[in-house]
Design a protein around this ligand. Structure first.
Ligand code: R5P
Length: 303
């Protein structure tokens, strides 16, 4: 019988750098994908190497914009590789649709649940994600073996290298309190949790907190799982400035920075944006590497 070849890492184009780095760290063969997009928008994918004979496969594909395209490509890879091995792990560093994890308004479809069904039915036996938006969304991905890796320690290490004036970690809302608390613990600094409200129909954000004590002259680091339109960070930064904070930083795992978010955040007085490399960071945004954290989970055979 032919000897099995260990692990291959398949990269679908949205996270090629991260896939390469993960493959190197777990000692796996990297197989990239050539993608051709037809005039009607369909993707034609071709694997850049043979996948037969591998004992185990890892797909690395983030679901940042174009979300549906990146999702379909992930599903194609998972489906194809599951013809060769049943030991398939989908590493989805950024999970698109993670925020639609409940029926917030009557009739809304819980897209995170649909996503979980799609990944599993395509053949993903395990899923690894990074700082999933909520525990509820994580449960909806639904495999018995879903692991949520955190970029928070890596983000905190980045700030260790910056001279800060009595820093405070700030969560823009209660939903992100645990993440910010972890960051504050890593940094050994105070924590402030703001109260945010979002209009479910328009998406407009406002900060409900009226006043906080003892932040005058202190540097603040706003921590969030993602920055999308920048609305949450902008409102939090404006509030912190009004309270007399010194420098304001924004740290997040997933820097989607859609819709001119970067300029809006800068205009709100944020001096630096730091994110993780779960998607391309774009110019002027510092990025920390989470490949070590992901590789560590993949190397651990017991989930
Ligand atoms: C919301 O609960 C999330 O944790 C983020 O705060 C939010 O998704 C960020 O989106 P935006 O940048 O559009 O305010």
């Amino acid at each position: 019988m032919a000897q099995k070849k260990g692990t291959c890492v398949l990269s679908g184009g949205s996270s090629d750098g991260l896939a390469k780095s993960i493959a190197g760290k777990i000692g796996a063969r990297l197989i990239t994908t050539e993608v051709r997009v037809f005039a009607d928008g369909e993707s034609k994918m071709r694997l850049g190497g043979r996948t037969a004979g591998y004992e185990r496969a890892v797909i690395v594909q983030s679901l940042h914009p174009p979300v549906d395209t990146n999702l379909f490509r992930a599903l194609c890879l998972i489906s194809r590789i599951s013809e060769d091995t049943r030991d398939v792990t989908a590493v989805i560093p950024y999970v698109g649709y993670a925020r639609q994890d409940a029926e917030f308004l009557p009739g809304e479809i819980i897209s995170a649940k649909v996503l979980g069904r799609m990944l599993r039915s395509a053949g993903a036996a395990r899923i690894v994600v990074v700082d999933m938006h909520s525990e509820r969304g994580l449960a909806l991905l639904g495999t018995r073996s879903t692991t949520n890796v955190s970029a928070i320690p890596a983000l905190a290490r980045h700030f260790d290298g910056i001279r800060l004036e009595r820093p405070i970690a700030v969560s823009p809302d209660k939903g992100g309190a645990r993440r910010a608390e972890r960051f504050a613990l890593e940094m050994g600094c105070d924590l402030l949790v703001l109260e945010k409200s979002r209009d479910r129909r328009t998406g407009a954000v406002s900060i409900k907190t009226k006043k906080v004590g003892a932040v005058g002259g202190r540097d603040a680091i706003i921590i969030d799982d993602m920055i999308s339109t920048g609305g949450s960070v902008v409102k939090a930064a404006e509030f912190l400035k009004k309270q007399g904070c010194g420098r304001i930083f924004a740290a997040c795992t997933h820097a989607l920075l859609a819709d001119g978010a970067k300029s809006k955040i800068r205009r709100a007085g944020v001096s630096k944006i730091v994110c993780a490399n779960t998607m391309p960071a774009g110019r002027g945004v510092a990025s920390v590497d989470v490949s070590d954290e992901i590789a560590r989970v993949l190397k651990r055979r017991r989930w």
